[in-house]
Design a binder for this molecule. Sequence first.
Ligand code: NAD
Ligand code: GLY
Length: 355
Amino acid sequence: MKKLIIRTPSGNSAIYCGAGAFAARAGQLSERRLFVVTDSNVFALYSGVINEYFGSCPVHVMPAGERSKNQRRLFSILADMSKSGVTRSYTLVAMGGGVVGDVAGLAASLYMRGIDLVQIPTTLLAQVDSSVGGKTAIDFNGVKNMIGAFYQPSEVIVDPMFLKTLPAREVRCGLGEIIKYGALDENIYEKLTKNAGRLFEESFAEDITYDCIAHKAAVVRADERDTGGMRKTLNLGHTTGHAFELYYKRRSHGEFVLIGMYYEIYIAAKMGVCDPAYGRSLVGLIKKVLGAVPGYDDAGRAALFAKFDKKNTENSQVSMVVPAAPGRSEELVLPVGEYCALISECAARIKEKEI
Ligand code: NAD
Ligand code: GLY
């Protein structure tokens, strides 16, 4: 098990990562007063583990899936905490994927103006990304992550034991964020290209998880509140990914990140920002994980949702972070109309099998 500390102005976060991390830390956790938030799938699989390690503490089980990331669920968790007599001395344990982590993390930040938070991520996506760095949120008014807070977990316990029950589709979602890290970090990119044949292997996930966390930790230390320009790089592929996620809904966040990266690499290559050979290599990784990339008929309309992206400083412009060369990304800002036209063009070329 490896340990890494993220020190930020708002607090420190200790990340325990590797096989045995859960068993090693859960004993200490159980000495505290706990309130556990999880989802229906995780509870069905791990209620025995929760019981064994955390005893009879109150457990809030939310319905699994992105649709729980809303104000009703947030207030239902807060109401349950209040009913259970949770005080400031409690620790909220968010045990699940990114949805549980985001909503429960926001609840921890709000309840009595903030109680201790521990993240136990159980999806690959949550292990490599969402559980680390203190971003919490719910979706609101049709916009992803519109209401939220920066709230650092005191501890994040990343144990690959949870990945054993993860469906292949969810592994693919985690690989979406992992390829994003590959597009930002040369060492991760090299590992991905060298191990392209074993991306879905458990041992590969175990190995690459720490690299992704270490990359994110360095970014969060430098730009915790996403104001210095560095943290927005972690949003590579997400401008289009989030827009498609809001419009099409049918797939999961990680899959839309892969699709968003594909479309944005097309734009970056077309504008001469992304080195063509590097772009092709990233596209190869994306296709290996996702299979065919969809060429949506109405992609231009879906892309309009990028107007709500939090990176934008003007309503009339869309900002996106795109890969340029190994280890180097750039921010592209385009007028909304031009961005939507390029997205439509990319979709049409996919449909015509030209790319
Ligand atoms: P998720 O939380 O919906 O989990 C995906 C599915 O896997 C769910 O059905 C869940 O019940 C199931 N599951 C969880 N653990 C399991 C296990 N061990 N075995 C079997 N099934 C399991 O989705 P996700 O992909 O983990 O997270 C996506 C969310 O994370 C999105 O809402 C996204 O916006 C958010 N996110 C946040 C950040 C951040 O920095 N806060 C970063 C990236 C993504
Ligand atoms: N996943 C984006 C961030 O944490 O900033």
